[in-house]
Design a protein around this ligand. Structure first.
Ligand SMILES: *Cc1c(COP(=O)(O)O)cnc(C)c1O
Length: 343
């Protein structure tokens, strides 16, 4: 049985207090713009991110895909890091739905530089795909939970704007970046046209994400939400969990970050395991030195009640979240030590 689930911060369960907020939510028809709880969430997130308006959606993936549909016409190009979730983990949706082409950059820890964007800009002629969008991820997921500094975000966005591209931020873990850096969310978002926040990662809600941007962008996003069947009814029930998360679960992300550091420090002391220093709640380790593939390590670790996500080769990802305590990190480390000794 898995007792310590480090697979992802999506594994959190809504708490009793969150469920109570859900049960008591005032509701209406969201599809007609008449759910007061959803509307309150939209306003709160728009304000938090410094944008004019926002739309409630069932998932972060839908936020990315709808943003692509609004920004990109078939055959047009999006520039992003090669590790971006939008291309690695959304089932090819960008190509299937928006007809987007992707120009990938080889960033470092999922973050690229202004010069790399400049170098990727194509001549403006009818032979080349038209480039219309620059996308970044804050924090960068497969980049190790790294936090883009505001200055770097402003620099890459400025190059994009200079060449007429719009800018999009995948803010699945934006609040982790906010808590880790002390930078307010709207500062990170300022140079970006569209940005979204996921409530089902470290914020601990069961469903929901909010996509924000200028009024005209959000009006178009509503159209695609409707086309996808993502326009809901009494969804204040789930929006209430998101509002609860905004009120109670942001500051505590600092605990996830300290637990991630505790985990990384412990892992670094185990011979045969290499670990990347975490900046937020994502810890990447490599167990090649134990002579094991990540899947074998995963299976052996599961035998001790601990779950991690295997990646290619010997690499794995372990994620701290709301349902992981410091004591559980210590237990997980004991399990890793046992697996490393093959005992
Ligand atoms: C999880 C994640 C998404 C997708 O969010 P879902 O709510 O799971 O659809 C998008 N981007 C990044 C960086 C993520 O980590």
């Amino acid at each position: 049985m898995i007792e310590i689930d480090l697979y992802s911060d999506t594994q959190t369960r809504p708490t009793t207090a969150m469920r109570k907020a859900m049960a008591e939510a005032e509701v209406g028809d969201e599809q007609q713009g008449r759910d007061p709880t959803v509307n309150r969430l939209r306003e709160r997130v728009a304000e938090l991110l410094g944008k004019e308006d926002a739309v409630f959606l069932p998932s972060g993936t839908m936020c990315n895909q709808i943003a692509l549909l609004v920004h990109v016409r078939p055959g047009e190009e999006v520039i992003c890091d090669q590790t971006a979730h939008i291309i690695t983990s959304e089932g090819g949706g960008g190509a299937a739905l928006a007809g987007a082409m992707f120009r990938t950059l080889a960033g470092s820890r999922g973050m690229f530089a202004a010069e790399q964007v400049e170098a990727a800009i194509r001549p403006d002629n009818r032979y080349c795909p038209r480039q219309v969008l620059l996308a970044v991820e804050q924090t960068s997921n497969l980049g190790g939970g790294a936090v883009w500094p505001t200055k770097r975000l402003a620099e890459v966005a400025a190059v994009a704007r200079k060449h007429g591209l719009k800018t999009h931020m995948d803010g699945a873990r934006l609040m982790n970046a906010v808590v880790a850096s002390g930078t307010p969310a709207h500062k990170f978002c300022e140079p970006f046209d569209s940005v979204w926040l996921d409530f089902t990662k470290g914020l601990g809600a069961p469903v929901g994400a909010v996509l924000a941007g200028p009024k005209a962008f959000v009006r178009e996003a509503w159209r695609f939400k409707h086309q996808f069947g993502g326009a809901m009814r009494q969804s204040g029930i789930i929006a209430a969990a998101c509002l609860y998360a905004l009120e109670h679960n942001i500051g505590r992300l600092a605990e996830d970050h300290s637990n991630a550091r505790r985990l990384a420090e412990g892992l670094a002391q185990i011979p045969g395991i290499a670990v990347e220093e975490p900046e937020t709640n994502l810890v990447f380790l490599d167990v090649s030195g134990l002579g094991m593939a990540s899947t074998e390590f995963r299976d052996r670790l599961a035998g001790h009640g601990v779950r991690m996500q295997p990646l290619k080769g010997g690499r794995l990802r372990a994620v701290t979240h709301l349902d992981i305590t410091a004591a559980m990190v210590d237990e997980a480390l004991a399990a890793v030590r046992a697996v490393a000794k093959r005992s």
